[in-house]
Each structure stands twice: as structure tokens, then as C-alpha cells.
Design a binder for this molecule. Sequence first.
Ligand SMILES: Cc1ncc(COP(=O)(O)O)c(C=O)c1O
Length: 490
Amino acid sequence: MVKRGSDSHFPQRAPLAASGLPRRREEARAKCESDPRFGGASDASSEGDVNLSPQRQAWQAAHVGLQSRALLDRDAEAFLHQSLSTPCLEALVAAEGIWLTDAQGRRYVDFHGNNVHQVGYRHPRVVAAVREALDTLPFSPRRFTNRYAVDLAERLRALAPDPLGKVLFAPGGTLAIGMALKLARVATGRHKTISLWDSFHGASLDAISVGGEAVFRKGIGPLLPGSEHAPPPDPRACAFGCGGRCSLRCADYVAYMLDKEEDVAAVIVETVRCTDVQVPPRDYYRILREACDRHGTLLVLDEVPIALGRTGRMFAFQHYDVVPDVVVLGKGLGGAVYPMAAVIARRDLDVAADGALGHYTHEKSSVGCAAALATLDVIADEALCERSARLGARALARLEALKARRALVGDVRGLGLLLGVELVRADGTPAREEAERVMYECLSRGLSFKVGQGNVLTLSPPLVIAEPDLDAALDVLDAALGVVDGSAAP
Ligand SMILES: Cc1ncc(COP(=O)(O)O)c(C=O)c1O
């Protein structure tokens, strides 16, 4: 059960079971603790660390001081609870460059950042651009356009390869995914989709319908009709038993589904699955592209967390020899300041002039577009795509070396500065509890990252990170792994 009160700076709190709501929380925690899949986590762990686990409680007991505790308690009182956010771990007071600072002055290098921080926090050019927009045009009602929005749309059209060339903005990746789904329906006159199990496309009802993670789908009731799913390219847990080397049967199966169904509007895929860094083989998208072309189905690639340099290219699909019909961007587009997302579609898909695909209040946000323009300037001027490719290759080589030394590391993989370290026990089962321990050990040592699919440490550093800082962070990870697998003294 929860360790409490032994630490002098951690105040004794009233028992939680006094009202209905806290009782539900206690029940959820009990379920968590008894769930063998994550040794105290639940299937919520597919998307990230959950807030009910005993390890979370232990970390907080050891690290959270009075000041944060008071704010965390107010947060827990005010917000609806969810397993992936409230109650929260700690309270933040500042973010700058690669660093987060918590309420007790502890600093963390942020290898998580929800993937908004390609250019780091408070990049001076982003801050200046946002200030300028705030001082001149803080909001742009939908009836009007503004120069920030038009400049950004033109910039994205220029960046995307032909035939991509028409743009829509949205205040969030989930909404942009919804717009892409609507566009596919309008353009094809069909409603069905094929997407992949274990993928994440956002948290709304339409996005979870095409998403494939149980934590978002279970207990929610009917989802969008026609949302069909295929097994993902995941060679270490392949539904077709490829045994670690992708045989592309998963891609052939999507083609087979399209042959059978014939009336599918869109195949929607995360180009590289972000939660656990699944990088499909080169031919995967050739097979999908050809099958979609045969059937008049749109290929929609979700690059919300990974476009704009994360993988070493502006768009992740540029690693493959394909161009999608629609690509969806988000997260880092807003420069770690503003919620900005975009759909870039084939020019000839401008087919909904008499309808509405988006129509969101902050659709052409002057402030958000100013942040995005400055972000794209920084990515170009600081050569962040090249930097991501170079530092990513270096980091991956270090992780390979770590795999040779640390028994828990079953696989390492990456593309640019999107890196995954999969932890596996000696008997081949996913090392979920150990992954969570490594994460908290790293947090204690000033490194923050996410754990995806329960046992993959997902490292997503700002692309502006200095090489010594990257090295130091990997040293922290190495030491933490040593503590958890027992091969190094704490
Ligand atoms: C692959 C992917 N698609 C879509 C989304 C949704 O983006 P947002 O949270 O900005 O709505 C996310 C968010 O994590 C994501 O990772």
C-alpha cells in the first residue's frame, strides 16, 4: 500500500476513503496494485506512466516537499481525476531550454515534453514572435485572415513535397486528426478506415475510434462505425509471428483488408509509432501506398509528435519513398508555447468548400501561427533536422553499447532524436515494473522521459540539446539501469 508519513517533509494526510470520489480513487489504486501486467500499473501504461502505482507513491513520499504538496492537493481537489494526469507527480515553476524546474527548485532535463519541444522551451525567437503577435493582433475571428496564418500556410506548402499543398490549422493534434478523417469521408464518399492496433491518434471519440490503445477505448461505449484495425509493424510482438525481423506480412494484411473491403476511405497510420518508437521497414509504406492507390483509399500519416525534425527529417515519411495524401502535424509546431496543429493535404483534395472540416475558434490563431513561423525559422536556421539525425545516430550507438552491458535492455531503436529502450526480463517477458523503476530513478537524478507500452523508455530530447548534456543524460540512464538490474551500486 501507499507509503506515507515516514518522511519528515511529507505531511500526514487524511485517509482517502472518506467520500465517494476518493473511494473510487482507492479502488482504482487497488486494481492497479493487483494488476500483474505492470506490477502496480494498468493497461493505461501503454500511453505513459500512470498516477496510481505504488512506485509513484513511493517517489512522491521521498521527493515531494510541503510547497508542492499543497499545490498538488489543490490540483487533485479541483480537477477531474484521470490515470495519466491528475493527480500529478510534482508541480513545475519554470521551463527553459532543455530544463524543467519544479516547485522545490529541482531541475530535470526534459526528454519527454509531450514532444512539443523541438526548439526547447522559451526559445528567444519564439518568445519574441509571440510577444509581437500579442502586442498587435492577439486574436483573429474566423471571418478574417491575418498575415501570420497566411505566411504559415505558405511555409508549410513549400516544405511539403508535391502533391501536398493545401492546409488547414487546428488548435490541437486530435482535432487535426478529426479534420483529416472528415476530409477522407468527403473526398471519397466512404466512411470506413483502417488503422493499427496500439496506435494513438488523440483522445477524442473519433480519434480513439481509429486509435488502438485499450486505455482510451475501454468502457466508452460505441465508437465510430467502420473503424477497422490491423496488426501494427511490431516485430518483437508480431501478430504474424515474424520473430523479430519484420516480414511485411502486416503490410500485406492491410492490402488484403483493402482488397476485401474495397470501400475504405482512409488508411491512417503513425508513420513511426511514437509511444514505443516502432520504425517500420522501408517497404512497409510502399505496400500501403500501392494498395491505397489501387482502391482509391487515402493514405493519412499522423506525424503529430514526430514531424518537424524529430526523426532527422522535416517529415518522417521522407525516410520512406512515399508521399501520403494527407499528413497531420501538431505539438512542436506551436514552439512549446501554443497549441497548434495542421493538416496538409493533396492540392486536389480541396473538395469541402460547401461544408466544414474544422471551424475551430482558434483556427487561424495569430499568436499560434507566429509561434509556428518562428519555430520553423529556428528549425531551418539552427539546422535542427541535421542536428537531430547526427545526435540521434550518436545516441543510438551509445544505447547499443548500453544494451551490451545492461541485462534488462532487450532492444534499442531510434530515428533521429526519437529513441526507444525496450526493457525485457531474462525470461523474455516485458520488464514493466523495472521500466517504471528506471523512470523514477532517473527522475530522482534529474532526467524526465516517458515509458511507452509499459516497458519502453521513450527518449525524446529537445533537438537543441548540447552534446555534453545529451551524454550526461545517457549517463544518468545508464546508472539508473545499473541500480535497477543490480549491476551497479546506487
Ligand atoms: C501520434 C499522435 N497523434 C495525435 C495526437 C493528439 O495530439 P493532441 O494531444 O495535441 O491533441 C498525439 C498526442 O500525443 C499523438 O501522439
